[in-house]
Design a binder for this molecule. Structure first.
Ligand code: SAM
Length: 322
């Protein structure tokens, strides 16, 4: 996916919520919200009022949406027959992941959103109001730290930028709830990756099958301080640029993720690009994760078909997507 644009319904909903809101106040709040999240702060200490929630819609939602879109896109490539009907979005915030899931999986017919922030639930409900599927979805008050076995069985469970905020994420409960796929997305930082790689091991112990990004079930071959993460490009809207006092019309959201399945993953790629392809006068080189090890796949410029095939790939693509 080259760039991840918000669906028009979500854009319109955000515009409606921001109508008449002072951009100066928003800019101040957005700067604080972004700063707190960058420092690893939790939503509980960051989203303190409705203005903070609105600032999140402009400054973070487009990026978390882009990351979830990219991860789901790779899940779909690995599992072309997966057609979930039900969705559970935990730590849903304003319902970001639900919007992405409905774009990637038009089979979705119902959704449930869980969050303990009333500010986010109110925003999420309002944004989803006119959506044919999400408009019917409950936004339930739920503290995930006490979500023992009360989570509904669901085809697709997503936790996007949420579990890292919890001291003890209810991983077992989320996996029990997921009848098809569980997707967890975290910031693409060493700390985000450390969480993902720990949860990966725990899920594998419970019999989970890897759908993406890993092309294998071996221990992760990446050695710290290196970390596995990807980037998804997204356009910056005018409001967003003003808030961020940005001059560039795009941004790249870095994220780490893991998607695991209960059913066979029929089209898992042989390898995945861990960085963008590197061009040199001689040819092209791609750093990849393959069957439990890090490799460099190369093609010389003289070998035109091989060169072109690698040159078409982007960071995070499967090697078979050439
Ligand atoms: C960074 S926001 C991510 C929101 C949304 N998933 C997204 O990707 O844009 C983290 C979310 O996790 C929620 N959260 C954090 N701790 C929680 C808890 N103990 N129970 C329920 N939700 C929680 C926050 O309220 C917030 O909505």
């Amino acid at each position: 996916m080259r760039t991840a644009e918000l669906p028009s319904g979500l854009r319109a909903g955000i515009d409606a919520l921001l109508e008449g809101v002072s951009r100066n106040d928003l800019a101040r709040r957005a700067a604080l919200v972004s700063h707190n999240y960058r420092q690893g702060g939790a939503s509980r200490k960051t989203i303190l009022g409705s203005q903070d929630g609105l600032a999140y819609l402009l400054s973070r939602l487009p990026a978390t949406y882009a990351a979830v879109m990219s991860a789901l896109f790779h899940v779909k490539q690995s599992m072309p027959d997966f057609a979930p009907a039900t969705l559970l979005d935990v730590g849903c915030g304003p319902g970001t992941a639900g919007w992405a899931a409905c774009e990637v999986f038009p089979s979705l017919a119902s959704a449930v959103f869980l969050d303990d922030s009333a500010i986010f639930r109110t925003l999420g409900k309002s944004l989803a109001a006119d959506h044919p599927v999400l408009g019917q979805a409950p936004f339930q008050d739920c503290d995930l730290t006490s979500a023992d076995s009360g989570l509904p069985s669901t085809d697709l469970v997503i936790a996007s930028y949420a579990l890292g905020e919890l001291r003890q994420p209810p991983l077992g409960e989320l996996w029990n709830a997921a009848q098809g796929v569980l997707l967890i997305v975290e910031p693409g930082t060493p700390a985000g990756y450390a969480n993902i790689v720990r949860w990966r091991a725990m899920l594998l112990q419970q019999g989970a099958i890897l759908a993406a990004p890993c092309p294998h079930h071996e221990p992760c071959p990446i050695d710290p301080p290196d970390w596995c993460h990807f980037a998804q490009r997204l356009p910056r809207r005018r409001d967003h640029m003003i808030l961020k006092t940005a001059t560039v019309r795009i941004e790249d959201e870095k994220f780490s993720y893991i998607a695991v399945a209960r059913m066979p993953v029929t089209a898992r790629p042989e390898g995945r690009l861990l960085l963008p392809p590197r061009l040199s006068p001689a040819g092209i080189a791609c750093k990849t994760c393959t069957q439990g090890r890090i490799d460099t796949v190369t093609a010389s410029k003289r070998d035109k078909p091989a060169f072109k095939a690698l040159d078409r790939l982007r960071w995070g693509d499967g090697l078979d997507n050439c």
